[in-house]
Design a protein around this ligand. Structure first.
Ligand code: FES
Length: 376
């Protein structure tokens, strides 16, 4: 077996690990417990660099490296995944000669990748759309938060329910309401920030935990809805924190355009209900429009209903009753729905396969490549 010199021993002190070039590929070297070991550096999941991983002690004290992207673990001596998993990372033989670390040109233990695709996510993975040329599915998303055991009247959610009821009674729509506060879901954990390929569809968090509450929202928003009506209160001049928590988890939808020029949202319409005791309706609408446009939604004319009573309207005890009595709200809820349904009928006729995405793509990113960086 041919061996390749990859690194002076002095550059891999005890208790350290790193990835180095080895011929045409790269290996992750580990110097722990007085032994140097080498694994294929690219994680079997999505290719995270194990040389940047975290050393953990599992299985009665054995040392494992946890991938820095999503945490898959491999024994640093034999490449095996922890008990209960069949995966095995490729292992290279290591020699130390004249102060140099050498690794075998070929692995002495080959890679095995078990099947991990969770059947519960098959519909998301395969994009099994429930929309048809004739469907009229109206999804309401309520972004207001409240104490479940002490519920209070919500202006945004009341208007949203009225809009869904009107869509059903006037247009025969199938309707559904998702209250974000009822979904137990994790914050976006920023995998994209480490490497663009670490942000996946289905979402990395959903793949790790199919029971995460966003799975329900992904299904409803991406696969089921024709029209989305999103209702949010105004909090400190912005949409609610729950809205932003959801929006961050929708990176996975937008990133498919950036990474793979793949548009998941096709022929869907969105409108908004934005209510607050104080103002900034237009500012919130601008934020929502910009975000949903980036996902691929289209907007009817006049696509938001706003309610606020102004800067000095601190008498919140009067806000709900005035809202409930407002002729403007009653009328504009219906008009919001009508505009959305009318636009949807047009949008359904568009050949979405010809849709263009004039957005930044990773293939056009202007930064340094890793090879460029190595040359500097
Ligand atoms: S766990 Fe390694 S790339 Fe996902």
């Amino acid at each position: 077996m041919k061996f390749i010199a990859v690194l002076p021993l002095s550059e891999l002190p005890p208790g350290s690990h790193r990835t180095v070039k080895a011929g045409r590929g790269s290996v992750a070297l580990f110097n722990y417990n007085g032994t140097i070991t080498a694994l294929e550096h690219a994680c079997l999941h999505k290719g995270g660099d194990l040389g940047e991983g975290f050393i953990q002690r599992l299985d009665r004290g054995a040392l494992y490296v946890a991938c820095p992207w999503h945490g898959w673990q491999y024994n640093i001596a034999d490449g095996r995944a922890p008990e209960g998993y069949l995966d095995r990372q490729a292992v290279f033989e290591v020699r130390v000669e004249d102060g140099m670390i050498l690794v075998s040109e070929k692995p002495v233990v080959s890679t095995f990748r078990a099947v991990h695709e969770d059947e519960r996510l098959a519909d998301l993975r395969n994009l099994d759309y429930h929309t048809t040329p004739d469907s009229l599915h109206v999804l309401g998303i309520s972004a207001t938060n409240m104490n479940r055991s002490l519920p209070r009247p919500s202006t945004s959610e009341t208007a949203l329910q009225a809009a869904l009821d009107f869509a059903a009674s006037e247009y025969g729509a199938e309707t559904r309401m998702i209250r974000l506060r009822d979904l137990e879901f994790r914050h976006c954990e920023g995998y994209y920030s480490r490497h663009e390929e670490a942000c996946t569809w289905p979402c990395s968090i959903t793949s790790m935990n199919p029971d995460d509450g966003m799975s329900e929202l992904y299904r409803a928003l991406v696969l089921w809805a024709d029209v989305v009506l999103l209702a949010t209160p105004i909090r400190w001049g912005n949409a609610s924190s729950l809205y932003y928590k959801m929006a961050e988890r929708l990176n996975t939808v937008q990133n498919q355009i950036t990474l793979h020029d793949r548009v998941l949202i096709r022929n869907k319409v969105v409108s908004f209900i934005i209510t607050g005791g104080q103002d900034n309706v237009q500012g919130v609408a601008g934020q929502l429009n910009a975000f949903f446009s980036d996902l691929g939604f289209v907007f009817p004319p006049f696509n938001y209903l706003g309610w606020s009573r102004g800067w000095i309207a601190e008498d919140m005890q009067h806000n709900v009753s005035r809202f409930m009595k407002s002729r403007y709200v009653k009328r504009s809820v219906k008009e919001l729905v009508t505009n959305a349904v009318q636009l949807l009928r047009q949008v359904k006729r568009i050949d979405s396969s010809r849709m263009q995405t004039p957005k930044p793509k990773i293939s056009e990113a202007g930064g340094l490549t890793e090879q460029d960086a190595d040359l500097i």
